[in-house]
Design a protein around this ligand. Structure first.
Ligand code: SAM
Ligand code: SF4
Ligand code: F3S
Length: 476
């Protein structure tokens, strides 16, 4: 079942899952030493790895994709579910052999698992030399020097103001067309199941000028899509003291959209309690703000939502879905769902199924509840839904969502969409792959037409195959 969950999610958006990646070597000869990094977890972590790469470049470390040639191996880790941590531990044991063969090799643990386990990690995992939390990446150079001298390096201090605003991320594994831009860090919501407030600290918004500058630079380098990242983007809030202006998320979205009409803007994640009409109207006003909202519901039952501390009810959520469709009838909506949260009954599970039916999500990321140490739920409630029940409920949800995903993709057959070409399709160099504004992948033949990645084309959809649309270029 867990595989099913992952498979479905992976097809739709690899970045949201614990998918490891290694960066391209940027310029092998320019650097004396090499680092290899794998990232797990959410897009924020992938984005952080690009900040880490920038800090390491300045220290004379170039990136490599070949783990055997690295002087420094880094795992940027995730703690969101037990399984995410188990994956990282398994990976660490695989590095053990390399470490035994080469005493000078350093292995570092970054990210949320580092933050959660702190120096305990050094005791548990004797082969880890560095443990660095998400707000402490600036201290990496010092910690590496200490570790090279034989001392273990730990910095897991969380900050109230660190946003890495001044660091230009080094794009890793980039297609040169789409990029993540982090707009805030941390989370002030206390969803009772969630470890993120503990691993990422207090919410803080990044200087809007630095965000716009990064987006403009990306556009000038040829990028044509930015995804603005935060755990709860709708609570973005930054005061421009010079102009005496309050920049809300809606205002920021507009400013980024105005960088160029050719730059697509996406964002993730929206909390249903915080997304405003102003954001929806801003999206509707700008063609280049993609018509797609990730609006995690978590559960369709009000009592469970209360226990989860989501601060909205089933009815409030449904009204938000209605409002989105009213303002942007063509807007895609996706969700996150958790099954088997503490005390969830069969009837309450049925409410989650029925809210999926009501919302008709294009896709959902579905999980069974995994108790996390230190969270409100772990301290307050008993994790009393048996694993087989959690998994059976997950299976039911996955099946239902699959039906709505198929319907959503089928509905697009016969329609024509503006597609941003992202690169060759995975299966053939003869085909392009791109996405619609609603975030659906479209594959279509190049047909010797002189288009390039980064250009927009009108594509008529002829067929839907699960998570992909197949189409053909039509006259613009
Ligand atoms: N900030 C975003 C939000 O509010 O939706 C994303 C949070 S988290 C990175 C992504 C998803 O993981 C959550 O929306 C939730 O569905 C799931 N999740 C978080 N904690 C979980 C847990 N303890 N067990 C199972 N799934 C969990
Ligand atoms: Fe976790 Fe809730 Fe914050 Fe999302 S909004 S990161 S689920 S605490
Ligand atoms: Fe995981 Fe941390 Fe993201 S726990 S989901 S990497 S914020």
């Amino acid at each position: 079942m867990e595989t099913l969950e992952l498979e479905l999610a992976k097809t739709h958006d690899e970045t949201r899952q614990g998918e490891a990646f290694a960066p391209f070597a940027i310029d092998d000869n320019a650097y004396k030493k090499k680092f290899y990094i794998e990232s797990y977890g959410c897009a924020m972590n992938f984005s952080d790895s690009e900040i880490v790469a920038s800090i390491l470049n300045d220290e004379g470390f170039g990136a490599t994709r070949i783990v055997e040639e690295a002087d420094l191996i880094l795992l940027n880790t995730c703690s969101i579910r037990e399984k995410a941590e188990a994956t990282v531990r398994k990976r660490l044991t695989e590095f053990r052999k390399l470490k035994r063969e080469r005493k000078s090799l350093l292995v570092g643990m970054l990210g949320c698992m580092a933050e959660r386990l702190k120096s305990k990690l050094l005791e548990e995992e004797k082969l880890v030399d560095l443990v660095v939390g998400p707000d402490a990446y600036r201290s990496l150079p010092t910690l590496i020097t200490e570790a090279e001298g034989g001392q273990k390096g730990v910095n897991v201090l969380l900050s109230r103001d660190e946003t890495y605003a001044d660091i230009s991320p080094v794009r890793l594994n980039s297609n040169g067309i789409t990029a993540f831009v982090s707009i805030m860090r941390g989370c002030n919501n206390m969803c009772s199941f969630c470890v993120v407030p503990f691993t990422r600290g207090r919410e803080r918004s990044r200087n809007a000028h630095s965000i716009i500058a990064e987006c403009r630079d990306l556009f000038n380098e040829g990028y044509r899509e930015v995804t603005l990242l935060g755990q709860n983007v709708d609570s973005y809030y930054w005061v421009d003291e010079q102009k005496d202006e309050i920049v809300t998320f809606a205002k920021l979205l507009e400013k980024v959209a105005l960088v160029s009409p050719l730059l697509r803007v996406r964002f993730s994640t929206s909390h249903p309690k915080d997304i405003t009409d102003e954001v929806l109207f801003t999206m509707a006003r700008h063609e280049n703000i993609c018509k797609y909202i990730h609006l995690p519901v978590q559960s369709g039952n009000t009592r469970i939502l209360q226990l989860m501390n989501r601060t909205y009810t089933r009815e409030w959520y449904m009204a938000k879905v209605d409002r989105i469709k009213e303002i942007m009838p063509d807007c895609g909506i996706s969700s996150d769902v958790i099954t088997g949260f503490c005390t969830e009954t069969e009837e309450e599970h049925q409410d989650t199924l029925s809210i999926i039916e009501y919302s008709k999500y294009d896709i959902s990321y579905m999980y069974f509840y995994s108790e996390r140490p230190g969270t409100l739920a772990e301290r307050r409630y008993e994790d009393d839904v048996p694993l087989d029940v959690k998994k059976r409920r997950l299976h039911e949800i996955v099946q239902l969502q699959r039906k709505y995903s198929e319907l959503s993709y089928l509905k697009d057959v016969g329609k024509t969409f503006k597609v941003l070409i992202e690169g060759n399709s995975r299966k053939s160099d003869e085909d392009w792959s791109g996405r619609t504004s609603q975030n659906k992948v479209v594959v279509f033949a190049k047909n010797n037409q002189s288009y390039n990645a980064g250009e927009y084309v009108m594509v008529k959809v002829n067929q839907s195959t699960g998570g992909t649309l197949l189409g053909e270029i039509v006259d613009n």
